[in-house]
Structures are given as structure tokens and as C-alpha cells.
Design a protein around this ligand. Structure first.
Ligand code: PGA
Length: 251
């Protein structure tokens, strides 16, 4: 099966409401002939501005960067999947390495979040990836499979619900160091074969696996052409409409 390429922009804690309006004003990629899924993940406080600014741009879909697993309650500072849905989100990033390593999210918390997201009918983009120390210790496969298995074993609608995976080696995020095509190909093959073993080939075929970590206009074409790479999750280079447009055009 040929999966459409997915180009996703994770803005992290950048682009407030007026910068968000500016981004959508300037974001005019020449859409490639091939089918492409385009997703932007603005910060929660810019989400309403993104919904408004993208009116008339059905090619851009929106997601939030994080949710808490409870639907509502006394959880100061958190937002729920139900709120993300009501605000107009389609996707939710879950288990991004900054959530895991800066905010201490565990595999089991990531699983609870994925469960809450699919229950709401939103599509989780579940991130996995090893640190530099883990890579140097030869533990890439063990770490990314542990992170993926927690989700596959703990989410009750799998197989059945929509879901994406992003392979984001922690050492490549925001560092300017990108995985080589060979590194990406190897990690994606490990993840794909676990998805197939767990979900069956037909269901696994519907799950895109994105690569993330210092993707830029200059390397996006090469990464997107790597076998097994179904798309890219772009941080820094997605903040600026021009560079994000160039990445879309490199499909
Ligand atoms: P980067 O971030 O492209 O700035 O490395 C990627 C990500 O964290 O999703």
C-alpha cells in the first residue's frame, strides 16, 4: 500500500496568536502532485488563531501538542482530549521526547494519553526515540520497541483506530544533527515489523511512521525518499512559513 506522505510541523512553545496569523498568511506551498497530509501543531493558546487563519485552507489539518488523560476536572494547567476535539483538532502529539525527558512522562503515562486521545476519536501521533547514550550503548531497538510496545499493549482499540508513529532520535532534536538515511531506515524497519506482528499486515499498513529530528529544507527530500519513511515531523524549520513550504514542496 502506498501511504500518502505526512508533513507535520511541531511549533513547540513558539508562535503566539499573532505570529500564527502571520504564518498562515505567508504559508503558500506549491502542493506536490502526490497525496500529502499536512498537519500543524501550534501551542494551545494559538490554537484558536490557527483555526481562524486556516479557514478556506482545507489542505492544512491541526493538532495539539499534548493532552492530559482525564476528560475534565481539577488539573490546573492541563487540557483534555475532549477540549482539543471541541476546539477543532484532528491530531494529538503524544510522548514527544521533550514531554518524556523535560517533563518526566513515563511509558505508562504516554499510553494513558494515547488511550484518551483515541477514545475521543482524535488521531495520536505517538513519538518514540532513543537518547545518544542509548544509541552509543547499542540499545536503539530495545528502547524504541519498549516505547512502542507500551502503546500497542495498553491501548484497547488497536488494531482498529487511527494512529501514527514518529521516530525521533532524541540526539537529533533541535541539534542540527540528523539521522542518516541508513539510521532512519533501520529504525523504521524495526518499528514497522513490530506493528505488523502486533496489528497484522493490513492494519499496520495504515499506520504511517514519520521521522523527526533536525529536518530542514536541505535534507527533507532525502529523508522523505528513504524507504520506510512515510513523512516528517518538523520542529524549528516549521516555524517559518517559507521553510515549511519548501519542505512540503520536497515531497
Ligand atoms: P527539530 O524538532 O526539527 O527542531 O529538531 C523536531 C521535533 O522535536 O519534533
Amino acid at each position: 500500500m502506498t501511504r500518502p506522505k505526512v508533513i507535520a510541523g511541531n511549533w513547540k512553545m513558539h508562535n503566539g496568536p499573532s505570529a500564527t496569523q502571520g504564518f498562515f498568511r505567508d504559508f503558500e506551498p506549491e502542493m506536490p502532485d502526490a497525496a500529502v497530509v499536512l498537519i500543524v501543531f501550534p501551542p494551545a493558546l494559538s490554537f484558536a488563531a490557527a483555526v481562524q487563519s486556516r479557514r478556506g485552507r482545507p489542505e492544512v489539518e491541526l493538532g495539539v501538542q499534548n493532552v492530559f488523560w482525564e476528560p475534565k476536572g481539577a488539573f490546573t494547567g492541563e487540557v483534555s482530549a475532549a477540549m482539543a476535539m471541541a476546539a477543532g483538532a484532528t491530531y494529538v502529539l503524544v510522548g514527544h521526547s521533550e514531554r518524556r525527558h523535560v517533563f518526566g512522562e513515563t511509558d505508562s503515562e504516554v499510553t494513558q494519553k494515547v488511550q484518551a486521545v483515541v477514545k475521543e476519536g482524535l488521531v495520536p501521533v505517538a513519538c518514540v526515540g532513543e537518547t545518544l547514550a542509548e544509541r552509543e550503548a547499542g540499545r536503539v531497538e530495545e528502547v524504541i520497541l519498549r516505547q512502542l510496545d507500551a502503546i500497542l499493549d495498553g491501548v484497547d482499540c488497536l488494531p482498529g483506530c487511527r494512529f501514527m508513529v514518529a521516530y525521533e532520535p532524541v540526539w537529533a532534536i533541535g541539534t542540527g544533527e540528523t539521522a542518516t538515511s541508513d539510521d532512519a531506515r533501520a529504525a523504521h524497519a524495526v518499528l514497522r515489523s513490530r506493528l505488523e506482528a502486533h496489528l497484522g499486515i493490513a492494519e499496520a499498513d495504515k499506520v504511517p511512521i514519520l521521522y523527526g529530528g533536525s529536518v530542514k529544507p536541505g535534507n527533507a527530500g532525502n529523508l522523505l525518499a528513504t524507504p520506510g519513511v512515510d513523512g516528517v515531523l518538523v520542529g524549528g524549520a516549521s516555524l517559518d512559513a517559507e521553510s515549511f513550504s519548501q519542505i512540503v514542496e520536497s515531497v
